[in-house]
Design a binder for this molecule. Sequence first.
Ligand code: RFL
Ligand code: PHB
Length: 411
Amino acid sequence: MNKNKDKNRDKNKNRDKNKNKTQRTQIIIIGAGPAGLMLGCLLDLAGIDNIIVERQSKAYVLARIRAGILEQTTIDLLCEMGAGERLKKEGVPHHALILAHRNICTPVRLPELTNGKFVTAYGQTEVTKDLCDKRAANGSQTLYQAENVTPCDFDTTQPYIHFEKDGGTHKIACELIIGCDGFHGISRQSVPQAAIQTYEKIYPVGWLGLLSETKPVSLEVVYANTPRGFALCSMRSHTRSRYYIQCALNDRVENWSDDAFWDEFRRRLPPNLAEALETGPSIEKSIAPLRSFVAEPLRFGRLLLAGDAAHVVPPTGAKGLNLAASDIYYLHQAIRAYFADGDEAALTDYSTKALARVWKAERFSWYLTTMTHNLSDNAFDEKIKHAELDYVISSKIAQQVIAENYVGLPL
Ligand code: RFL
Ligand code: PHB
């Protein structure tokens, strides 16, 4: 009995100690997704101290299945921070994307239309793992399972965060707080409404995705429009496929057995692909809504936003992860300038430069989504969509515009 009392007293003492102890670092990054981890690795390279605080466990973060297609500038950035070795060996180059319409497949040849550029299939899960390994090798601190993270006083020169972890409350003071905590994160929500402008478009459909240990039906990504809705064929490796179908926004994964998915997916493929399709048990199935969203600006005093915390695109153009990478490219340069010579303007310029690229990717993702999905009951909209697809399929110039955006606009 007394022993327990002593134990509890010690526990409370430790909690009180934690409460009063303020840790310090130069940069706090909220969120250990690709944006947060990439920034952490680049700051390590520049000798700038940083701590990442993440709400989920490391195992949870490493298990998330998301993006699959990387632009060359994203790959270059990962290589620069020393997280590109496995990607160089295991990434699968894609030299075309395929548009399927009226049961015909039309390749949009990327290198031919973009002076030799192409994209690479390499799962976001693998990118996250490589970045985590690099961070561990750098010896930098990531605090997982940090609850109720709150950015404070970022309108002053002494910002800090507080959070709860392992039964204690903690405070970390810093120079800058970087919100890399995704669309539902706390960073953007902490900004006073009058200081932020948001732009949003919600599409009336979602994507049902399935991952399986089967040979991919196509070596290039296929974007198919059919009277039954959109379908997409992608891969994670030569033995692992990632497929998606457009579904209703309120649909639920539980409504889809594997067999129901494969039946519907096959019906949306042109006959040559439908015949070649290999099916098997799903490793993962999930539904994601389609959304376009941008918050402006990206700087609020000593709080800056990057990646999905600031903007979201529908996945059709494969731009989300790549935009997170380009934000981080501009942001790490701004942070270096700020620490080298106190250049405050560099932080504001980050917002302007990153948003200019973001809006172009928003336009492209919206365009490709509108052209390949069944979104409208309006017969005129449907006619225009088919006219657009027919035009793109018949025009090298229209294909060049798609290819230029798909491989990624220059930084
Ligand atoms: P993330 O990956 O959402 O990471 C945010 C992290 O912050 C944590 N967090 C918090 N931590 C502390 N306190 C809080 N209050 C917190 N709230 C959240 C979260 O747990 C998480 O760990 O954002 P980030 O780093 O900006 O990365 C963005 C990308 O993940 C995203 O844009 C892409 O996945 C989008 N995307 C694709 N992008 C591509 O470039 N190519 C693709 O082929 C592609 N395909 C896709 C996609 C997204 C999809 N879904 C599921 C929306 C396919 C799909 C189906
Ligand atoms: C994927 O492989 O998950 C993927 C590929 C292309 C897209 C979206 C997602 O446009």
